[in-house]
Design a protein around this ligand. Structure first.
Ligand code: SF4
Length: 480
């Protein structure tokens, strides 16, 4: 199937894509010739379009190539859930406005995972067929139950001794409660740490209030302490972008540069987890995020041109989808969707959810997402009514609006978002923030690709392949 869309910039340019995941950018005249099947064999773009599968010629094995490309793109399906998130506690000492429903007060009782539930969740982890597994600890603030994190890590390692899976651990933490012993445990067991820094001190402290009103200072101090033990690259950070952050993309990015980070993951505020009143204060239309993103990307590309290799992580994921036939491993943007098929969340209360967002929706009283209990068998969780319901919106290519969208080979489906926001997993692309975001971001990225500035394409290639700019031999080519 061939799909086409007019790019917003440069003017009169069109993107065409096909099921192989190939793309071509055509000017107005060439697009008309191609669309009408009237492009002569002598045309300068003819051979290019033929090789990419945009011009059919009998006997060239087009269907076999499409099938091979889809097998490569969807190889993750054979693995089942590879990301297993343990919410070891819902307690946290921060009171972030965008996280009201997925936290409990630091001293509250009844919000920690029991050891019995943790052991059952570990059983589920090893029932998943994936050879490479990620076990992630979230909260609340998981460092408040670091004793439980340690026990789970040791038990996973013990059970893996005769399974030999590739296990990766990660911990999402404010860092404040990780003492030297905890950080040494992270170093010794290769636990990757991820933290939140929302921008400059004033903004961060306003958005992430802690009891002593010094969250930014403590985060920076804790970051230095953590890096001294787990190494500079052992901690990554990402901002949650509220309305206040959108005014000044440079301020957010410069905070990350000043703190020595080589990447930043720009993501809009999640629609889950906070009350309507707060949403009015800190939320924004997705179009505002897309405008922010365009400015932020321009700044990051300028930094890279000047020799500072700062990566925007979400662009790197999208560019990997655009430039390569291989999955990015990112469970929140793929088709079939990652919900349940790529990730399982074991909540503090023993309930299992297909995504962290599903857990948050459940905290607001939407009980449709629970797959079952950690004590249910993996097969039963995967065959649960909730999974069957979410499956109706899990394949992007089959969704109304996505099926004929030229961006669909690089995009994904998000049945959890659409069920929470629109009432059912299929949703409505015309009013979908998920779609507005991805339409906007793909337009921005393909606009840059169409302009083909050699320096920016070198940056894009480096980001897509996870390599340094100096390793890119030519735009689009890095040595293996
Ligand atoms: S979500 Fe939007 S951008 Fe993505 S494939 Fe569907 S219609 Fe296209």
């Amino acid at each position: 199937m061939l799909r086409s869309i007019a790019l917003t910039a440069p003017a009169a340019s069109h993107l065409v894509t096909n099921r192989r995941g190939e793309y071509a950018i055509l000017n107005q005249d060439d697009h008309l010739l191609w669309r009408d099947g009237a492009m002569p064999g002598s045309h300068p773009r003819y051979d290019d379009l033929l090789a990419l599968g945009f011009i059919e010629r009998p006997g060239r094995g087009g269907q076999a190539l499409e099938a091979a490309a889809e097998r490569t793109r969807q190889a993750f399906l054979l693995d089942g859930p590879a990301l297993h998130i343990f919410v070891v506690t819902l307690r946290c000492d921060h009171a972030c406005g965008y996280c009201q429903v997925s936290r409990a007060a630091e001293g509250a009782t009844g919000f920690d995972m029991s050891w019995e539930d943790a052991l059952a969740a570990i059983d589920r982890v090893f029932e998943a067929p994936a050879q490479a597994l990620t076990v992630e600890f979230q909260g609340g603030e998981p460092a408040l139950r670091f004793d439980l994190v340690e026990c789970i890590v040791l038990e996973v390692e013990r059970r893996n001794a005769d399974q030999s899976r590739g296990i990766r651990f990660s911990l999402v933490s404010t860092l404040h409660h990780l003492d030297e012993a905890a950080l040494e445990f992270c170093r010794d067991h290769q636990i990757h740490i991820s933290t939140s820094i929302d921008g400059p001190a004033l903004l961060h402290d306003r958005q992430r209030p802690n009891p002593t009103r010094d969250s930014f200072t403590r985060t920076v101090e804790s970051l230095a302490r953590a890096r001294a033990i787990v190494g500079h690259d052992g901690v990554v950070a990402m901002p949650t972008l509220t309305r206040a952050a959108l005014d000044d993309p440079r301020a957010v990015i410069d905070t990350y540069r000043e703190l020595g980070f080589g990447s930043i993951f720009l993501r809009p505020i999640s629609p889950y987890g906070f009350a309507l009143k707060t949403r009015r204060a800190i939320g924004y239309p997705m179009e505002a995020f897309v405008r922010f993103y365009a400015q932020a990307l321009d700044y990051l590309l300028a930094l890279n041109r000047a020799g500072e290799p700062m990566v925007e992580t979400y662009a790197a994921i999208l560019l990997r989808h655009i430039f390569t036939p291989f999955g990015s491993g990112y469970v929140d943007l793929r088709s079939p969707a990652g919900a349940g098929l790529g990730v399982l969340v074991y909540n503090y209360d023993g309930q299992v959810y297909p995504a962290d967002e599903a857990r948050m929706a459940a905290q607001t009283g939407d009980g449709r997402f629970a797959l079952g209990s950690v004590h249910d068998r993996f097969e039963d969780l995967m065959a649960s009514p909730a999974m069957r319901w979410l499956a109706t919106g899990a394949v992007a290519e089959d969704l109304p609006g996505c099926g004929d969208c030229a961006f669909v080979p690089f995009c994904g489906a998000d049945p959890v978002y659409h069920a929470a926001a629109h009432g059912d997993p299929v949703g409505d692309r015309a009013t979908s923030d998920f779609c507005t975001k991805h339409m906007g971001l793909f337009q921005i990225l393909f606009g840059h690709i169409a302009r083909s500035d050699a320096q920016d394409m070198r940056t894009f290639t480096a980001w897509a392949f996870g390599r340094g700019r100096d390793e890119v031999i030519d735009a689009g080519y890095v040595p293996q």
